[in-house]
Design a protein around this ligand. Structure first.
Ligand code: FAD
Ligand code: DHB
Length: 381
């Protein structure tokens, strides 16, 4: 089998890349280790930045997003028991859309399969080689058979635990990494959202985040230990902590409901340079991971994919290689801005050490300073 662009991974990065390439009439084949049902129901990110939503709508995969996505003009920051609203629309003219990553994945898979795109799910034993030649190769098993796919270019969109980055020779990439002494315990609950927009809550007991997926489903997170044992978190303990950390003046409190899903996510910052090796390009989480606080991960993955699709389109339509050569440099500029922002949001809102009273006061002073700088409007006051 041969194709112009072989893509490893059917997450947002791989699917957006394949979708955009098809609009430019560049052929691709996507290989994915999980099943279609699995990737279409994997609960992950939920915030689309203006540019991401616009790209999906303008390229014909935004129908459900326009109907079901929830436009939020801003977010709330909670600290010292008070909610402060930051109105992005007023400050920047741009809003965010709350729409589950798995819904984006569903929309993209539907678009690819209905236009004859090839996505092979449940592939196994994936390995890559010949990256420095003009015919990189992927070997894998599919439906019990050993298969081989050669291509002009290879896109490693296989996430932070994929094979594309880890297959490269030692020293090919420089690694930048930071881990945080906490994780997030996330739940999905069958409950109508109590507030209209997200709440990022700084609390003495640890950070909490109130989010949503639809008018009847709430998404909530609690700061926890990075290796937290979920069995120690009964539903009662989760709700009790959420209620305490999301308690603000007024009659609203977090609405409870049946917990549909629970999971723990570690927080880390990770990036490699460059995002290219020979004919392999690293895209999205395969090249960089940001702590979830800034809601940047999926948006960065989409932005990398857009950047690579343009470069590949230029190569096939005009024979130009300059955009392919500058892919890594152009992406990394945005990646490091997002790394800084995500690290800053994470440092501002989480408790690093419950005994560090100085740090607590410093965070509160910074939140207060920030509030005055942005002229937040007081919610409900
Ligand atoms: P992935 O989505 O990880 O996709 C990679 C795909 O490759 C997967 O489907 C995987 O199965 C497949 N794969 C793995 N190995 C192989 C292989 N060898 N061969 C073929 N396929 C392979 N980001 C935001 O922007 N906003 C948020 O609000 C947000 N919240 C988050 C909350 C949580 C709890 C988590 C975990 C993440 C969150 N993120 C958020 C981050 C976001 O989900 C990721 O950044 C995003 O999934 C990256 O997309 P990707 O396509 O690069 O990687
Ligand atoms: C969600 C996740 C995030 O990481 C974030 O910053 C905001 C919202 C969510 O899952 O809804």
């Amino acid at each position: 089998m041969h194709t112009q662009v072989a893509i490893l991974g059917a997450g947002p990065a791989g699917l957006v890349l394949s979708h955009l390439l098809s609009l430019h009439r560049v052929e691709s084949i996507v290989l994915e280790t999980k099943s279609r049902a699995y990737v279409e129901s994997r609960i992950r990110a939920g915030v689309l930045e203006h540019g991401t939503a616009q790209l999906l709508c303008e390229t014909g995969v935004g129908e459900r997003l326009k109907n079901q996505g929830m436009r939020h003009e801003g977010i709330n920051l909670g600290f010292s028991g008070v909610l402060h609203h930051i109105n992005f629309a007023q400050l920047t003219g741009k809003a965010i859309t709350v729409y589950g990553q798995h819904e984006v994945v569903k929309d993209l898979i539907a678009a690819r399969t209905s236009s004859g795109g090839q996505i092979l799910f449940e592939v196994a034993d994936v390995s890559i080689d010949a990256l420095s030649t003009n015919r990189p190769r992927v070997r894998f098993r599919h439906q019990g058979e050993n298969r081989e796919l050669t291509s002009d270019w290879l896109a490693g969109c296989d996430g932070s635990h994929g094979v594309s980055r880890t297959s490269l020779p030692p020293g090919a990439l420089r690694i930048f990494e930071k881990t945080y002494p906490f994780g997030w315990l996330g739940i999905l609950a069958e409950a109508a959202p109590s507030w209209e927009e997200l709440i990022y809550s700084h609390h003495e007991d640890g950070f909490a985040l109130f989010s949503m997926r639809s008018p009847s489903i709430t998404r909530l997170y609690l700061q926890c230990k990075p290796d937290e044992d979920l069995t120690k978190w009964t539903d009662e303990r989760i709700w009790e902590n959420l209620e305490r950390r999301l308690s603000f003046p007024g009659d609203k409190k977090v609405r409870q409901g049946r917990i549909l899903q629970k999971g723990v996510t570690a927080m880390r910052s990770f990036a490699v340079e460059p995002m290219q090796y020979g004919r392999l390009f690293l895209v999205g989480d395969a090249a960089h991971v940001v702590p979830a606080t800034g809601a940047k991960g999926m948006n960065l993955a989409v932005s990398d994919a857009w950047c690579l699709s343009r470069a590949l389109d230029n190569f096939y339509s005009e024979g130009r290689t300059d955009l392919l050569e500058s892919y890594s440099e152009r992406c990394l500029r945005r990646v490091w801005k997002a790394q800084r922002f995500s690290w800053w949001m994470t440092s501002l809102l989480h408790r690093f050490d419950v005994n560090d009273a100085f740090e607590l006061r410093r965070q509160l002073a910074e939140l207060d300073y920030l509030g005055r700088k942005l002229c937040w409007s007081f919610l409900g006051g």
